[in-house]
Design a protein around this ligand. Structure first.
Ligand code: ADP
Ligand code: ASP
Ligand code: MG
Length: 417
């Protein structure tokens, strides 16, 4: 059955709803989209800085706070902005109503703080939209089976928006933010970053997972799975409401929609890294299991791994985790010291991971080598390397992060003219 009224989800991030003037400007954007003849659902983040403040409150009271209460606290930021935007819209004559996660309901599992969306009942939203009302949905939050509020992990409003778009069968999910699209690298770090008209789901997924926070990783995963068309665009630029013939931002699309395929799509960096070296371990079968088994049990995510063996029958295992997992990783390794029988444990969180991503790597050799040569020309030491089919990542000292990203951006021919 064909539907003639375009259905659009508009998502606004924290800087886009940072104060009342910004909320008024967002209301105008929503009005334009409605007046262009679209059915519109809106997803909002908390005002910028608010979620950080709420997280800080919980941590100050207790570093090991109850995750259910953390969610009860941090979900409030989005409740405020959804109500305020509904008022701003009503004030300019647009019928609007706020919706919290549990009111939809947007059901999740019970992994508080990083819950996964299970199902969304889009029916009530669609009914309201068809009746001419704009639902203003609080992003980032859902409800677990026991009725308690959950949140989807930092940056989770992107995922709320894509999930809502899938649930209501939207034609497009527009992610409004403080940059006007997806760039070859973070435009705040590299002035010559180039805006991409289109990027594949796979490349965006990989870039997000290695640190490009313009979209939450899960939102891209979901968009790819549910085939949601996603556009990233600026909420700070005035202009007509986007339409299929006029999309000002960057589109995340299937590979076959991209005509000119580049070797490398983009470069990302992540400062949320910590390196651990377990040194002087007697080399024998089962070492990796003895180290990583307890880490998995302690809920520590391990990313890059290298093992290096010396001539003396001793081996070293070096790996990375996120900084937030470092304390737990140390605790786990110290607890299993007798089993692993290591000489020493050395940690370093003054490191950054730089990644080069592109589907062109599947068919072209030499991408990794160009990365190694470029860093070596700048005298930047590579501490750990990892690769996947469409990505090469290196761990280097944090002080060289910007230098490395800029040098690689130039080396791969990504600089804007
Ligand atoms: P919002 O609050 O709207 O969700 P975020 O701060 O989460 O916004 O994401 C937008 C930011 O992502 C930009 O300000 C930019 O600094 C950063 N960013 C990182 N990598 C990229 C990239 N490749 N393209 C565009 N922006 C990027
Ligand atoms: N407000 C939440 C955060 O800061 C969710 C989001 O903005 O996407 O992480
Ligand atoms: Mg974000």
């Amino acid at each position: 059955m064909s539907r003639h009224t375009p259905r659009i989800v508009m998502k606004f991030g924290g800087t886009s709803v940072a104060d009342l003037d910004r909320i008024r400007a967002v209301a105008e954007k929503v009005r334009k989209q409605v007046e262009a003849g679209c059915e519109v659902a809106v997803v909002v983040s908390a005002m910028s800085g608010v979620t950080n403040q709420l997280v800080g409150y919980c941590q100050s009271l207790s570093p090991l706070h109850d995750a259910r209460e953390y969610d009860a606290v941090v979900a409030t930021g989005e409740q405020v902005t959804s109500g305020l935007l509904a008022i701003a819209l009503q004030t300019i004559g647009v019928e609007a109503r706020s919706w919290l996660g549990w009111q939809i309901p947007l059901r999740t599992d019970a992994a508080h703080g990083k819950a996964r969306i299970g199902s969304i009942d889009g029916e009530a939203l669609v009914e309201r939209m068809q009746a001419g009302q704009v639902p203003i949905i609080a992003g980032f939050q859902g409800v677990a089976a026991d009725g308690r509020i959950t949140t989807l992990g930092r940056g989770g409003s992107d995922t709320s928006a894509v999930a809502i778009a899938a649930a209501i069968g939207a034609d497009r999910c527009d992610i409004y933010t403080d940059v006007d699209g997806i760039y070859t690298t973070d435009p705040r770090i590299v002035a010559r970053a180039r805006k991409l008209d289109k990027i594949t789901y796979e490349e965006m997924l990989e870039l997000a997972s290695v640190g490009a926070k313009v979209l939450q990783t899960r939102s891209v995963e979901l968009a790819m799975k549910e085939r949601v068309r996603v556009q990233v665009l600026s909420s700070f630029v005035d202009g007509p409401a986007p339409s299929e013939g006029n999309l000002p931002g960057s589109l995340v699309v299937d590979e076959d929609e991209i005509v000119e395929k580049e070797l490398v799509a983009g470069i990302a960096y992540s400062r949320d890294e910590a390196k651990l070296s377990v040194r002087r371990i007697p080399d024998r079968p089962g070492i990796a299991a003895a180290i990583f088994g307890p880490l998995t049990a302690a809920n520590v995510n391990v990313d890059m791994i290298v093992q290096s063996t010396g001539a003396d029958g001793l081996t070293n295992m070096t790996f990375t985790t996120s900084r937030t997992d470092l304390a737990r990783a140390i605790q786990s390794l110290e607890a299993s010291r007798d089993v692993i029988q290591y000489g020493e444990l050395v940690t370093d969180d003054d490191v950054v991971k730089i990644s080069v991503v592109g589907i062109g790597m599947r068919s072209h050799a030499g991408v990794a080598n160009l990365m190694f040569r470029t860093l070596s020309d700048r005298n930047i030491n590579i501490q750990v390397i990892s690769t996947s089919e469409i990505k090469v990542s290196v761990l280097i000292a944090a002080e060289y992060a910007e230098l490395a990203v800029r040098a690689l951006h130039t080396a791969y021919g990504l600089d804007a003219a």
